[in-house]
Design a protein around this ligand. Structure first.
Ligand SMILES: CC(C)(COP(=O)(O)OP(=O)(O)OC[C@H]1O[C@@H](n2cnc3c(N)ncnc32)[C@H](O)[C@@H]1OP(=O)(O)O)[C@@H](O)C(=O)NCCC(=O)NCCS
Length: 189
């Protein structure tokens, strides 16, 4: 199995948009498959936000996960987010979801992000087992959901010009951090 940046395989984006839309349209009633695709096509970065990883086996798509600045209009008070964790049904229960979460946490750590958020309406138990913790319960589109957090070790504040240089959408109220030791850099881009 390979884990790669969606940025290197944007031809997968239409198929992924269809899967994501089918999975989350009830929770996001104002969202469209077209918007899902546009969002994915904007994930052209490696080592930056927004970005997406895809798991593939041969020519088959197995799963996805993203790192984004904003993930829901009612949850703008938190950032950045793990989003789009999805494993195709026939591959579930084999550790792919766990592996994708681990990989996106490594991406976040490489960016010096100190705290990552996610929201979920059905995967709380999955994430709690992986060390995430409950921040708050929310109602989204009439459904119960939970906001979870994961704290990562981080060292330094990232200079704003560095963020802009790497194409990151900067939200000054959040404290993105950047590891600037190239020897430590796990990003491949
Ligand atoms: C949630 C999801 C990503 C898990 O992917 P996966 O590849 O099956 O996960 P793993 O194989 O790494 O881990 C599976 C373990 O998590 C458990 N698990 C899976 N979904 C769970 C859930 N919703 N709640 C609690 N535990 C869950 C499984 O029972 C399994 O436990 P086991 O190891 O004791 O058998 C996958 O089911 C999926 O894509 N679901 C639809 C989209 C979704 O819900 N995304 C995340 C929430 S927004």
């Amino acid at each position: 199995m390979r884990i790669e940046y969606l940025a290197d395989h944007l031809d997968w984006a239409p198929q992924i948009a269809g899967l994501h839309y089918a999975q989350w349209r009830e929770l996001l009633p104002d969202w469209s498959e077209k918007e899902a695709l546009e969002e994915l096509l904007s994930h052209r970065n490696r080592c930056a936000i927004p970005t997406s990883l895809i798991a593939t086996q041969g020519s088959e798509l197995v799963g996805t996960v993203s790192l984004v600045v904003e993930d829901h209009e009612e949850l703008l008070m938190y950032s950045p987010w793990l989003a789009n964790l999805y494993v195709v049904p026939s591959w579930r229960g084999r550790g792919v979801g766990t592996m994708l979460v681990g990989n996106i946490l490594e991406e976040a750590r490489a960016l010096g992000i100190s705290r990552l958020y996610l929201y979920t309406d059905g995967g709380e138990g999955f994430y709690l087992r992986l060390g995430w913790r409950l921040l708050e319960r929310v109602r989204l589109a009439g459904k119960d959901a939970a906001v979870l957090v994961f704290d990562l070790p981080a060292d330094r504040q990232v200079p704003v010009d560095r963020l802009q240089g790497f194409g990151i959408h900067h939200r000054p109220e959040f404290h993105y951090r950047w590891r600037d030791d190239p020897e430590d850099d796990i990003c491949t881009g």
